[in-house]
Design a protein around this ligand. Structure first.
Ligand SMILES: [Zn+2]
Length: 176
């Protein structure tokens, strides 16, 4: 981590490895999908279409944009229908292009972690142009380290992404 291409870490201190927990604690919405928070309509939904929605703007951070991408219905990666999954590839392309329309954003990175909510979700992160220390997975950690954007700027960036997406179909801010 200290020697990777991003050169973002001076040093890293891992905690000692704890005993494994088996069976694991259920993820959000896993034991009872009726309690799944990702299934509920949200004021933070910035765009949606028939199958997918994108949320953002929960709090200001240091990165120009972070979005959560998830199917509108309660699907896991393991059981999502092919017609839902088939829309994800083209949508990722559209999100990447939309995020890069934010001024001074060079790239859009995606991650898919699988431990918080059971409901299938991915993350999109905007990397500022020229930020060589933000290359790769370390970008997500920079969000809490960089100076926070002004709230108005965060909303401007969300508007840019939502409108760029809606220009290709779907609806910006469906819950406003
Ligand atoms: Zn759900």
């Amino acid at each position: 981590m200290t020697g990777g291409p991003a050169k973002a870490y001076e040093s890293v201190a891992m905690r000692p490895l704890e005993p494994f927990l088996i069976p694991e604690k259920p993820r959000g919405g896993e034991a009872d999908p009726s309690t799944c928070r990702s299934c509920r309509p949200s004021e933070f939904t910035i765009w949606q279409d028939e199958h997918w929605r994108i949320d953002g703007g929960w709090e200001t951070g240091g990165l120009p944009f972070i979005g959560a991408i998830q199917p509108r219905e309660h699907w896991l990666l393991e059981d999502a229908p092919v017609d839902v999954l088939a829309g994800l590839g083209p949508l990722m392309q559209r999100i990447s292009e939309a995020v890069k329309t934010i001024p001074s954003v060079a790239r859009c990175h995606f991650s898919r972690w699988n431990d918080g909510a059971a409901h299938l979700h991915l993350w999109a992160f905007a990397r500022p142009e020229g930020m060589m220390q933000g290359r790769g997975a370390v970008l997500s950690y920079w969000d809490g380290m960089l100076t926070e954007m002004p709230e108005q700027m965060m909303h401007e960036h969300i508007e840019i992404v939502a409108e760029a997406l809606a220009a290709g179909g779907g609806q910006a801010f469906p819950n406003r």
